[in-house]
Design a protein around this ligand. Structure first.
Ligand code: HEC
Length: 197
């Protein structure tokens, strides 16, 4: 019996030694051995910031399909033209109810995004005094605004929203840093300031 065992050991020994050596490699991380389900270890998807030969431009980070919108995004279907500015003024109503709570929210946003130019009370006297921003009109003025010939205190909600969205001359657009809800809440507060209170 002993002999049989030692014979088996003798035959098995070379295989054992061989398998021991074959499991050694300088680059272990690259050779994980036999992979039962390779797709589970090595994802066929492309690494986002590396390049490839799969797409013509070799970029893995693909642009979104045209017209893609993030969840919760509200599109604004008016262009940055005088015609659409006037149309927005005619057609759009503030979807939020004029409540104290909403006005307070609008005020806080206004103070964050607009007051440094337009002034705390909307009088056009903010802390920014650079000559480029010298012509900031007061919301409550009878002063005619250049693009329509209407008075500042006549601006409708849709006009104000359009102005926030696209900006005007020295005033930059605020469509990326303020979302739809915030734009309407600010508009509501600007309409309070138009009353000159
Ligand atoms: C960098 C300074 C600056 C900031 C910030 C700014 N504005 Fe203005 N805004 C101006 C200037 C300058 C004008 C006058 C533009 C003109 O008539 O050429 C103006 C004009 C306006 C008008 C009149 C637009 C029209 O139809 O004639 C409104 C309404 C207005 N701003 C609202 C806002 C609101 C609301 C915010 C905050 C979200 C804001 N602005 C932020 C500088 C600014």
């Amino acid at each position: 019996m002993k002999k049989v065992c030692s014979n088996i050991l003798l035959i098995a020994m070379p295989f054992l030694v061989l398998s021991l050596f074959s499991s050694c490699s300088n680059n272990e991380a690259d050779k994980p051995g036999y992979e039962f389900m390779p797709d589970m270890y090595r994802s066929p998807s492309l690494e986002i910031y590396s390049s490839n030969t799969f797409f013509k431009d070799s970029l893995n980070a693909r642009p979104s399909v045209e017209g893609t919108m993030p969840r919760g995004f509200v599109a604004f279907y008016y262009d940055n033209t005088l015609e659409d500015y006037l149309l927005a003024g005619k057609e759009l109503k503030n979807p939020f109810e004029n409540t104290e709570d909403n006005i307070e929210k609008g005020k806080q946003l206004y103070q964050m995004f607009c007051a440094h130019c337009h002034g705390k009370n909307g009088d056009g006297k903010g802390s920014i005094t650079h000559p480029v921003y010298g012509a900031i009109p007061s919301y409550a003025d009878d002063v005619m605004i250049r693009r329509t010939g209407e008075n500042m205190n006549d601006l409708a909600a849709g006009n104000i929203y359009h102005a926030i969205y696209y900006g005007l001359n020295a005033m930059g657009p605020h469509n990326t840093q303020i979302n739809d809800t915030e734009r309407w809440l600010i508009t509501m507060y600007v309409q309070e300031l138009q009353k000159g209170n």
